[in-house]
Write a protein that binds this ligand. Structure first.
Ligand SMILES: Cc1ncc(COP(=O)(O)O)c(C=O)c1O
Length: 397
């Protein structure tokens, strides 16, 4: 492969992040502790105004949400209940639903936003539908006013997978704050990174306590009622009372410390990413070689999108054209990837678990065949890099 011109992500760790991580290591207390509490209160107070718990990934956040909903202490969902999910989703937007004994039903996407199609959503709702796992694909969103109304009308629990949309807003309200639960990812290529890491948020204190316990072995330590629980179970050592089933999905304080530093400069990060998105898009569109060979999306109406990447929708009927373009770009040192995982209904794991995919998902299939995306970086693109990128794109089409 040629010299890498444009990777999916670029080194995003700054000196302050490394200093904060080293401070935690030097303290010799690196497991979940004070720094995790600090990032959780920062996230709650400054980002989502919802209770927030840090976990070791966005995938773990999604798993905890569904495990909470089926938990005997909550009993909101039961085996066989139906959860809707857009066909353009990530693997761990979907698998926690199945791993929790629930049934998945795919919903097609809207070609203007690459997010869930509201008309198909309304068609797919049945008596068994109890929840919607909404995925804010690439940071963009659906019309959240209409979507929340549909959920309210049909008594559907709304969960927002916001792993690709930290910082996006709809009518000035952050994505991740419209539903009862939301998840965020701080993986390397996301808006902020703590290496691995994520956040699970909820507006309900009972959910919060259950998720807290599930995150840490199912024990009662750290819960608001831990003293009361200790009184009730006097015969058991107060630090070793297991009131629930559990996992270990905790972050380390090293992840938390890096995450805090990045959150402190989130405004700057978001404005650089927006600059890069608009600069690259404008440079491509105003180029004299532009002949509508592709389109790049606009922000959803009424929203301010913190794009996760730059989506390219190719204007071609040739099924193999996208793969040829992606191959050429990769050979030129420009990394590309599918729109999240393409139409997830076409993935082999779906066949492995014999999951019914329902009627054809035409738009998701179209995107699968004709679209890919480039990453967005947290450092301003230089003119030299911009020119190389534009030249590589046009010579690959
Ligand atoms: C939409 C979506 N959900 C969930 C995840 C999982 O996040 P993580 O990689 O932190 O587990 C990702 C990761 O890229 C994602 O894009």
């Amino acid at each position: 492969m040629a010299k890498l011109i444009y990777p999916l992500t670029e080194s995003v760790l700054e000196k302050a992040d490394l200093k904060a991580a080293i401070k935690v290591i030097n303290s010799k207390k690196i497991t979940m502790g004070q720094k995790t509490e600090e990032i959780e209160s920062f996230f709650k107070n400054k980002i989502v105004k919802m209770s927030s718990l840090m976990v070791n990934s966005g995938s773990s956040a999604n798993l905890l949400i569904f495990q909470c909903l089926i938990n005997p202490m909550i009993k909101r969902l039961k085996p066989g209940d139906e959860v809707l999910v857009p066909a353009i989703c990530w693997s761990t937007s979907l698998w926690p639903i199945i791993q929790s004994g629930l049934k998945v039903k795919f919903v097609d996407i809207d070609l203007d936003s690459l997010n869930i199609s509201l008309s198909d959503l309304e068609k797919k709702i049945s008596k068994k539908t109890k929840a919607l796992m909404l995925v804010h694909a690439l940071g963009n969103c659906a019309d959240m006013t209409k979507l929340t109304n549909i959920c309210k009308k049909n008594k559907i629990i709304l969960i927002e997978d916001t792993c690709e949309a930290l910082g996006s807003t709809f009518k000035n309200k952050p994505l991740g704050t419209f539903g009862e639960f939301s998840s965020f990812s701080f993986y390397y290529s996301h808006h902020i990174t703590s290496g691995e890491g994520g956040m699970v948020c909820t507006n309900n204190s009972k959910n919060l306590e259950v998720i807290k316990s599930l995150r840490s072995h199912g024990w009662s330590r750290g819960l608001s009622k831990s003293k009361k629980i200790a009184k009730k179970y006097k015969k058991i050592d107060k630090n070793w009372i297991f009131i629930n089933s559990g996992f270990n999905l905790r972050p380390t304080d090293i992840n938390a410390a890096i995450g805090i530093e990045q959150l402190k400069r989130i405004r700057n990060i978001l404005s650089i990413r927006k600059y890069n998105f608009l600069t690259i898009k404008n440079e491509l569109i105003k180029n004299n070689k532009y002949n509508h060979q592709f389109s790049i999306l606009k922000d959803q109406k009424h929203s301010n999108i913190a794009w996760f990447g730059i989506p390219f929708i190719l204007n071609s009927k040739d099924k193999k054209y996208k793969l040829r373009v992606m191959k050429k770009l990769n050979l030129k040192g420009v990394m590309t990837r599918p729109i999240i995982s393409g139409n997830f209904a076409n993935q082999p794991s779906i066949k492995l678990y014999k999951i019914k995919t329902g009627p054809k998902l035409h738009n998701a299939d179209l995107i699968d065949k004709n679209a890919f995306f480039l990453g967005l970086h947290n450092v301003k693109i230089t003119t030299k890099k911009l020119n190389l990128l534009v030249e590589s794109i046009y010579s690959s089409l």
